[in-house]
Design a protein around this ligand. Structure first.
Ligand SMILES: C[S@@+](CC[C@H](N)C(=O)[O-])C[C@H]1O[C@@H](n2cnc3c(N)ncnc32)[C@H](O)[C@@H]1O
Length: 236
């Protein structure tokens, strides 16, 4: 079994689509919502924009935050590989009249999105299900999609370097996520997978290097003492 196979990941999120929102919120004590907000706030919304992308957009969890933050009406494109996550996202897409939203059901690593079309690209919690090699491919896609001066912001749950936080972090990954998954789905194995992905991913450091190799300007960010990390930057 290859846990980084795209079809495997799509099936996992298809199965989790019914419970993902609530389980995610409860198991993170509301932190995920705060981190999404911080990820969205890293974009400079004052600049003129026509076209933005929310990659690994899930059920559109970032869209109300983007709608609040955006100062210019523009086309927002959600990109996600899971048909079931996209079904929920599509039903939400017309809730934000000032920002037209379309859902693109695509594998972001082999997408058909035009080059140099993105004023911004953001993504919350969409990195952990990629292997190191796939993160490198993703970095190359980010570079291809961004317009010159286009901005990006990514955030992902990460392994804190502070030893005091490691214990609650491991408790969260190994115990709380599967438990909440069991309570909501009667089956904890899919939610245990999220823990395994997080443990393998560690933090955004290697993704930062891949983005830099693509010639992008990148800043590594820590949120709540490194329990989430991110990369923020722009294409020169
Ligand atoms: C943990 S969810 C994050 C959803 C949302 N962004 C949020 O803030 O909660 C990760 C999403 O990434 C999607 N995904 C994983 N691999 C993908 C790929 N190769 N291409 C597009 N979407 C992918 C999954 O289907 C899933 O909906």
């Amino acid at each position: 079994m290859d846990i980084y196979d795209e079809q495997y990941v799509a099936n996992l999120f298809n199965r989790m689509s019914k419970s993902y929102g609530t389980a995610n919120y409860i198991s993170s004590f509301g932190f995920t919502e705060r981190w999404r907000r911080q990820c969205v706030q890293e974009i400079n919304w004052k600049t003129e924009m026509e076209n933005g992308y929310d990659l690994m957009s899930g059920m559109g969890e970032c869209w109300s935050l983007i709608n609040k933050a955006a100062q210019h009406s523009h086309q927002l494109n959600g990109v996600d590989i899971s048909p079931e996550m996209n079904k929920v996202a599509s039903a939400k897409a017309n809730q934000f009249p000032s920002i037209p939203i379309q859902v693109l059901e695509q594998n972001v690593l082999q997408n058909s999105i035009p080059s140099n079309s993105a004023d911004y690209i953001l993504s919350a919690f969409g990195l952990k299900t990629f292997s190191d090699k796939q993160l490198q491919q993703l970095a190359s896609q980010i570079s291809r999609l961004l317009k010159s001066n286009g901005q990006f912001s990514f955030i992902e749950i990460s392994k804190p370097t502070n030893k005091l936080l490691l214990l609650p972090y491991m408790f969260y990954l190994k115990f709380l996520i599967p438990l909440i998954g069991k309570l909501f789905m009667g089956n904890s194995s899919d939610y245990s997978m999220l823990g395994i992905y997080c443990e393998n991913f560690k933090d955004c450091a290697s993704f930062k290097n891949y983005l830099e190799e693509e010639g992008l300007e990148v800043v590594f960010k820590k949120y709540f003492f490194g329990c989430a990390t991110g990369v923020v930057g722009r294409k020169k």
